[in-house]
Design a protein around this ligand. Sequence first.
Ligand code: NAD
Length: 262
Amino acid sequence: MADLKGKTAVVTGSTSGIGLAIARKMAGAGANVVINGFGEATAIEKERAGIESEFKVKAVYSPADMTKPAEIAGMVALGEKTFGSVDVLVNNAGIQFVSPVEDFPIEKWDAIIAINLSSAFHGIRAAVPGMKKRKWGRIINTASAHSLVASPFKAAYVSAKHGIAGLTKTVALELATYKVTCNCISPGYVWTPLVEKQIPDTMKARNMTKEQVINDVLLEAQPTKEFVTADQVAALALYLCGDDASQITGANLSMDGGWTAA
Ligand code: NAD
């Protein structure tokens, strides 16, 4: 298991779901963490303080909005200023919107491209100089099975996730001789608020009941017929931080119950 004592991990979108599991996993391995994301202030503070007391590390919260490049750079700067370095950057924040392409709201397209794709570019751009200087770093992007295959009604999400797979490869090549790796993890369906929230729109778009959406749309794609857990994704992210993973770079690692094998 990776030992991250003395290192700092910035995890975007870590007030919920997969990001929260990853931030906790990094802290469990000894990293100080910068958590980020939206939510209720007292709930976020409880999470932050909980990480500190449970894992005996330091945790700070950055309220950076992933649609705002200057705030993203500020989040990385906060990590560097507070802890001295940003060694692990996990670009995880993401949103979803489901609609036929001809009705897809333009502002939803712009928001998904900004949060699910451009924010990773801005974070990487800010964190790479320090990683290069110290000759060590791990960049992990939460992509999706939708970085490899498409589903109808998810034009923006599928486009953003295919984009992040390309960004991952490019950054990996640029940093290959600096001991900085860049990979993406592509989960299938993980039971988180992001998945739960898209059920009503999918019910509408496909004229289905909730049970039909879960069984015939979500788990239909997943041969194991089981949801991936956030903790499993976090365990893979932590593995990528270890010495055993030093030669894994530019990879798109599927964790999708066999979805993209079909
Ligand atoms: P989630 O809704 O539980 O969490 C999303 C996080 O992103 C939250 O912390 C939220 O506050 C944050 N966020 C949203 N907009 C933001 C903004 N503008 N600025 C800062 N933070 C913002 O979702 P999740 O399922 O944990 O998704 C996390 C990542 O995993 C996403 O990139 C998603 O596309 C990806 N993913 C999820 C699944 C799944 O089935 N849940 C599958 C594949 C990939």
